[in-house]
Design a binder for this molecule. Structure first.
Ligand code: CTP
Length: 396
């Protein structure tokens, strides 16, 4: 199991380290906590020992610890994360002072280092702190910038520890990044679109957006720049991903086209509504005046347009089928000039729309195909991104 060393220093926000540990563990990572002596004034190290199942390290010469433990453990980890990090620890790391376990450990570490600062705004913005941060950045240390908001000192300003979700997503990106996704822009569309009849009524579908959100998250973790263009859904956008919220198919079309020139890949998981009302009202239409034969017309086929405008972007479509999956998905792939078609059977209740699991077939234009057995949408998204990575690699 991959292991992360989590350095915890004496900021009041250190209680959030417990959430960070839980989120990392949920991702299958083992965590070993290193606290500074001052941090133990706020929380007893036993809390972290209980959460991680491994003894929390505080001093260089703790009992039961081999004197060279900092060297042995430094070779063993995939990331050193320091969250929260005080101005003091950053000053020490920037100048190479090694007078406790954490600062000594830092000098022995070869893995990426990620720092999430937390302190009062004046301390954070002080030229000395900023100079230390710059020095660390120049040495290759990565940062999760603090957020603005209410601070423990009673003031409002920047210096608040970033959210545990953001810290964990950034950590995962440092651990899981792959060279092929570096400097690549991946656009993902997700969710349904809504076509309005009037300000209160609309035409839509049952798409939950889960598959697209998982793909966006996974692409970000592998190191890509990700834009997620989302119809109305009940999901939190993954941290680190740029979100563009849209309602109608036309808004989705315009958002995708804005990024298309720059995009290396577009993954269209969105269930774009195929129809819209021919006539719409800017005010609520009274039912007495509603025409009995409401007319519908086709919405623009976004993916087909992308296929026509293609200049090297990798296009991935999703086909929701209820019968003759292979034949129908194949026809759509050809018509829309796709590089990969992901097809699933939406007549099944246990997969696809709204579910956490999916079972899909992947079809390529050269006739190759692959079946991904029913599994979590997160796992499906990992498999799809691995295929996209291989296709991007082959294009180099
Ligand atoms: N799609 C799109 N614009 C539309 C409709 C669909 O970009 N107006 C995209 C979807 O995001 C998906 C792919 O096209 O990636 C296939 O969508 P699907 O609804 O299965 O295909 P349709 O071509 O709409 O065919 P039908 O509904 O008749 O099965």
């Amino acid at each position: 199991m991959d292991k992360i060393a989590l350095g915890v220093t004496s900021s009041i926000s250190l209680y959030k380290a417990a959430d960070i540990i839980r989120l990392l563990q949920k991702e299958g990572l083992a965590v070993r906590v290193i606290m500074t002596e001052k941090a133990t004034n706020f929380i007893n190290p036993r809390l972290f020992t209980s959460l991680t199942g491994e003894r929390t390290i505080v001093n260089l010469f703790d009992e039961g610890q081999r004197p060279v433990e900092h060297i042995a453990m430094a070779d063993d980890i995939c990331l050193l994360l320091i969250a929260p990090a005080t101005a003091n620890i950053m000053a020490k790391l920037a100048t190479g002072i090694a007078d406790d376990f954490l600062s000594t450990f830092y000098l022995a570490v070869k893995s990426p280092v990620l720092i999430a600062p937390a302190m009062n705004q004046a301390m954070f913005l002080h030229p000395q702190t900023q100079a230390n941060i710059k020095k660390l950045k120049d040495a290759g240390v990565e940062f999760v910038e603090p957020e603005s908001g209410y601070l423990a000192c009673g003031q409002t300003g920047s210096g608040r520890l970033a959210s545990p979700e953001k810290i964990v997503q950034t950590s995962l990106r440092l651990i899981r990044r792959q060279p092929v996704f570096k400097d690549k822009l991946i656009v993902v569309t997700a969710g349904p679109t809504r076509e309005a009849l009037d300000p209160v009524r609309f035409l839509s579908n049952r798409s939950s957006g889960k598959m697209g959100y998982e793909l966006a998250r996974e692409a970000y973790q592998r190191g890509a720049e990700v834009v997620l263009i989302s119809g109305p859904v009940e999901l939190e956008p993954p941290a680190g991903v740029k979100i563009e919220k849209v309602i109608s198919s036309e808004e989705m079309r315009q958002a995708v086209l804005r990024y298309y020139d720059r995009a290396n890949a577009v993954i269209m998981t969105a269930a774009v509504s195929d129809f819209k009302f021919s006539q719409t009202g800017s005010e609520k239409i009274e039912k007495e005046t509603l025409p009995p034969d409401l007319k519908l017309e086709r919405t623009p086929d976004i993916l087909e347009e992308l296929g026509r405008l293609k200049t090297g972007q990798l296009l991935v479509g999703f086909a929701a089928e209820t019968a003759q999956m292979k034949a129908r998905a194949g026809q759509k792939m050809k018509k829309k000039k796709l590089d990969l078609m992901v097809a699933n059977d939406v007549s099944r209740q246990d997969i696809g729309f709204g579910c956490d699991e999916n079972e899909v077939y992947l079809f390529w234009p050269d006739g190759r195909e692959r079946f991904i057995q029913k599994t979590a949408k997160r796992k499906v998204s990992q498999e799809i991104l691995t295929e996209i990575g291989a296709m991007l690699n082959a294009r180099k």
